[in-house]
Design a protein around this ligand. Structure first.
Ligand code: UT7
Length: 330
């Protein structure tokens, strides 16, 4: 069950107006097409690991301060290609010798982590898991790419999970994960891996940057998130009107509206913070959880559906009841 939640956002705010000063876009286009008004961005020198440590520390505090014995860091923007970032994060949090690894499922990373954490707890292999979703997409996007820069922001969110009973607020219910690698080209950084290593002569070639085929992703994201969320809702034995809050990956307001409509949920029951943070990839779901909890939209015992879709392509969904916790905010 979920027993702690913490988030961290870099302090630098980049508004739509700021972006329009150096790329061909407008505040009007970004806000009407996406619902995003501003996003947070790291200063050069601040890494994903730095954000993860801050969010992780807050989640541990929110959970009462007891150490975790397993750390999972969901991220697509690790501090280095090698080694993984999670061991350094665990070390900096004082979780000495805890097993720690990075999990790469792009925007579905947090939901992949949730299922993995639950499985380790159910197997008795871990007692208390710190799951962090953190990303700094500002470090992998081309400087003036209007197809990605207006969409993505940086941030980190973390939860603590422990064993519990099904009736307790905070209990994690059914989860579902999926992938379709035939669509891997929709969201990609082509170069810099073993398929296309970056040589010393081509550090700035286009393939080194993150790209997304937005339109294709849009309709697939709507279909998969709806399908996955409806499936876990059914497995949880909930009717559409039983769902108190939908916490969907904050990709685009129009996507959230389409998913909510298909799930027969009014927008008042949907967490929505993308206007202030944009799409923060693996951090998106925990940041939206924290925002909804802090605003009073989420209350202990509420029935929550969460779902995400991202590169790979990957998707996931989970049902849970909201715990009685105080999130630790930035
Ligand atoms: O996190 C993983 C999951 N990610 C998602 O789910 C993202 C899904 N995709 C989206 O959210 C949307 O597809 C975007 C927000 C990325 C793009 O919105 P769209 O409504 O699909 O726009 P579009 O790409 O079809 O472009 C429409 C028009 C084009 O002009 P023409 O061809 O109609 O003349 C674009 O060139 O808007 C133009 N355009 C822009 N104009 C101003 C594209 N980007 C911009 C921009 N500013 N930033």
């Amino acid at each position: 069950m979920l027993c702690g939640l913490g988030i961290f956002l870099p302090s630098k705010v980049v508004t739509n107006q700021d972006l329009s000063l150096f790329m061909e876009t407008t505040d009007e286009w970004i806000s009407t097409r996406t619902g995003i008004r501003e996003r947070r961005v790291v200063e050069r020198g601040t890494s994903t690991g730095d954000l993860a440590v801050e969010a992780g520390a807050r989640a541990l505090k929110s959970a009462g301060g007891e150490p975790a014995d397993l750390v999972i860091l969901a991220t697509t923007t690790p501090d280095h290609p090698c080694p993984a970032t999670a061991p350094a994060v665990a070390h900096r949090l004082g979780l000495l010798e805890a097993p720690a690894w990075d999990l790469s499922a792009v925007c579905s990373g947090f939901l992949y982590g949730l299922s993995t954490a639950a499985a380790f707890i159910a197997a008795g292999t871990a007692r208390r898991v710190l799951l962090i979703g953190a990303d700094t997409f500002s470090t992998i996007m081309a400087p003036a790419d209007r197809a990605t820069r207006p969409i993505f922001g940086d941030g980190a969110g973390a939860v603590v999970l422990r064993a519990g009973t099904a009736g307790e607020p905070g209990a994690l219910g059914p989860t579902l994960l999926g992938s379709d690698g035939s669509l891997r080209e929709l969201i990609t950084v082509e170069a810099g891996g073993s398929r296309e290593p970056l040589g010393p002569g081509d550090p700035d070639r286009p393939g080194r940057y993150f790209t997304m085929r937005g339109k294709s992703v849009f309709r697939r994201a709507v279909a998969r998130m709806t399908e996955a969320a409806a499936e876990v809702r059914a497995r949880a034995g909930w009717a559409p009107e039983d769902v108190d809050c939908l916490i969907a990956h904050q990709a685009n307001r129009r996507i959230l509206e389409a998913v909510a409509e298909r799930l027969a949920l009014p927008m008042e029951r949907c967490a929505l913070n993308l206007d202030r943070v944009g799409n923060t990839a693996a951090a998106s779901v925990p940041l939206a959880m924290a925002d909804a909890a802090a605003s009073g939209q989420l209350e202990p015992g509420h029935r929550v559906l969460t779902t995400a879709y991202g590169g790979g392509v990957t998707w996931g969904a989970a049902a849970l009841t909201w715990p009685s916790i105080t999130p630790e905010l930035t």
